[in-house]
Design a protein around this ligand. Structure first.
Ligand code: KMT
Ligand code: NI
Length: 186
């Protein structure tokens, strides 16, 4: 994966790379509380033990799988991917491990050089990302239109997306806690 900055609103097809040509460091991601790891998917299946160990260490007791494809979603495909691409936050972490296909997670910078700018994380097979609770983000498939991801979570996941467009997100506990953490880390 590579990180690229994508400053603008999506112009044209959200699935296009929209590559600004600027590379964002992993350090910048880490400063936003975003964890990015690679656990290559090997033919022998060793990756499963690696993921099990990682999940155990972080207390992710549960997991499931999500597949986003035109075939799988049929009529609702276009509306579904537009939904994923609406800027939002959650009250829990969002953990995704890519089992196949590819796509982009965009996260908003906060403070410093990337304040309120989109940072695009290109995700492919073997990539894992943890988006902290309270971070503004969005997701899209790329032009290949297919991705399969493992979703990891602790207990009952609180994945309700709170759209930034509704304006109340700034008042949310998870947002306040996130910003507090960033300030303490700075
Ligand atoms: C989400 O919550 O936006 C998703 O899970 C998108 C698909 S996961 C690659
Ligand atoms: Ni989300």
């Amino acid at each position: 994966a590579s990180q690229v900055e994508d400053t603008g609103a999506p112009v044209g097809d959200q699935r296009e790379p929209h590559d600004s040509g600027k590379t964002v460091s992993f350090e910048t991601l880490a400063e936003l509380g975003v964890v990015y790891r690679q656990f290559p998917i090997d033919a022998e299946g060793k990756w499963e033990e690696t993921i099990d160990a990682f999940a155990k260490e972080r207390g992710y007791k549960n997991r499931d799988q999500i597949t986003v494809t035109k075939e799988g979603l049929g009529e609702s495909y276009e509306s579904k991917i537009k939904m994923f691409f609406d800027e939002h936050l959650h009250e829990d972490e969002e953990i995704r491990y890519i089992l196949g296909g590819s796509g982009f997670f965009d996260v908003r910078g906060f403070g410093g050089a990337y304040d309120d700018q989109w940072i695009r994380i290109a995700m492919e097979k073997g990539d894992l990302v943890i988006l902290p609770a309270g971070i503004y983000h969005r997701f899209t498939v790329d032009t290949a239109n297919t991705i399969t991801a493992m979703r990891l979570f602790q207990d009952e996941p609180k994945w309700t997306p709170y759209s930034r467009s509704l304006k109340e997100t700034e008042e949310r506990e998870a947002r306040a806690a996130y910003i507090n953490e960033l300030r303490q880390g700075a």
